[in-house]
Design a protein. Sequence first.
Length: 107
Amino acid sequence: MLRLAAGAFLLLFSSTPIPARAQDAAPAEQQPKNNFFSGTITALDGDKVTVSRTALGKTKETRTFLITKETRIEGNLKLKVRVTVRYTHDDDGDRAVHIIVRTAQKK
């Protein structure tokens, strides 16, 4: 009796197809991940911008982003203005995809 039950169990589960997991599928072409960094412009060159930020209780963080002809810029870039930079990490470093200049809101 036990052998018959084990045989039926084995037959039942061996005929059930096992669904393929997404991990087993061929990896699709992945888009570079977009990251954001906000702070104040501390250095500005024709092909790169350096942005620095300070958060309460943390050390000062500074990043330099490459500016290419594909980089979208909203506003006028100049020293000491606040910006938000959307960037991707390439082999050459961090490349700015979109830079938004933040203006002070009037009350």
